[in-house]
Design a protein around this ligand. Structure first.
Ligand code: ATP
Length: 354
């Protein structure tokens, strides 16, 4: 297996569209690395450049120590699994998996042994004699992954590999993919627009917006310390609250007098907003003390937790509470910050201020 290094990757299509803007990425050997971002942000183009299916306008791509800029896809020693995993309909599962080995001229006995080993890993024994139309979507997906694995490539590139599956199967396949990756120690780069998938699967996530890298980090880093307003609002459900704030002595003052601690090193400038996760706030009956006064607008009871939407002087704020906290619409409550530090951003540039 091998890491993948990308330097100043830039891709402009002939019609002038710049899909990827000078992106740098260091993907570690054995890492499950996720490219996450909204539709059209350039994830797939980045992946296709790594695969060699698209030629970058400029920049370097290395797989292991090898510069692969001028290598054709087949020479890059990577396997790509697409959202639409096209299996050959007239071939059995076994023949589908073995196809790349046959194409590469691997001797039959060795090929059979490798197919058996991969089928065991993917728990496909018993399904190998069936043709694709006799396999479920999830089983077809596993055959497609097995076909990619059987060549023992240096790295796997996965483009929305779970998108076509129903919710339950998706969950199973997520677990399966994670186990598989752990077991193989394989370097995997996966594209998804699904933040839950990215958070649950990724060792690290690269968040891309409009062809540019917004942030690279572990799921927790990206969740707790979003590097930009875009990152703050893209990741998490509900999205991070973005609250107008002013520096007020030794604290930040938000809507309705909500007080927040000042993160170290915050510049004393105007035009700041604070990013506050719903679980960094709590609500309680009003005491007339230091909390920010708010009116309950809506309550969403999710069983294990409840999400309140409250109005704080015209700003809608989400608060996550245990299910035992019960208020009704129109109740007056106090909102208190119970997190460590809010994130603070420059409102106009969206860049982090502290
Ligand atoms: P999605 O999640 O919808 O697949 P994506 O993040 O993978 O989106 P890309 O497919 O990489 O996005 O596309 C990035 C941008 O490049 C988009 O604006 C897209 O319209 C544009 N694009 C992609 N392929 C071409 C092409 N061959 N010619 C011109 N523009 C293209």
């Amino acid at each position: 297996m091998a890491g993948i290094s990308i330097q100043s990757l830039h891709k402009q299509f002939p019609d002038g569209t710049v899909a990827v803007h000078e992106i740098d990425l260091e993907i570690n050997d054995g890492e499950l690395f996720v490219l996450l971002g909204p539709s059209g942000c350039g994830k797939t183009t980045t992946l296709r450049c790594i695969a060699g299916l698209e030629t970058q306008t400029s920049g370097d791509i290395r797989i292991g120590d090898k510069l692969v800029n001028d290598l054709r896809p087949g020479e890059r020693d990577i396997a790509m699994v697409f959202q639409f995993y096209a299996l050959y309909p007239h071939l059995t599962g076994r023949e589908n998996i073995g196809y790349p080995l046959r194409a590469a001229g691997v001797p039959k006995a060795e090929a059979e042994a490798r197919i058996d080993a991969v089928a065991r890993t993917m728990r496909l024994d018993g399904l190998l004699q069936r043709k694709p139309n006799k396999l479920s979507g999830g089983e077809q997906q596993r055959i497609a992954l097995a076909r990619a694995m059987v060549r023992e490539p240096q790295a796997f590139l996965l483009d929305e590999p779970l998108t076509n599956l129903d919710a339950e199967l998706r969950l199973d396949m997520r677990t399966e993919l994670k186990h598989l990756q752990d077991r193989l120690g394989a370097t995997m780069v996966m594209v998804t627009h699904d933040q839950v998938e990215a958070m649950s699967l990724g060792d690290r996530i690269a968040l891309i917006n409009d062809g540019r890298l917004e942030q690279v980090g572990t799921p927790l880093e990206v969740y707790d310390r979003p590097a930009s307003l875009f990152a703050a609002t893209f990741i998490g459900t509900p999205a991070m609250n973005i609250l107008p704030v002013e520096v007020d002595g030794g604290a930040l003052r938000g809507p309705s007098g909500l007080r927040l601690p000042i993160p170290a090193g915050l510049p004393r400038v105007d035009g700041l907003v604070a990013g506050v996760r719903a679980e960094w706030l709590s609500i309680a009956p009003p005491t007339g003390g230091g909390g920010g006064a708010a009116r309950v607008v809506a309550r969403e009871a999710l069983g294990d937790e409840t999400i309140y939407a409250v109005d704080m002087g015209g700003t809608r704020v989400h608060v996550r509470t245990p299910p035992t906290v019960r208020f009704d619409a129109e109740d007056t409550v106090d909102v208190t910050f119970v997190g460590t530090d809010p994130r603070v951003y420059h409102e106009v540039s969206g860049k982090v201020a502290a």
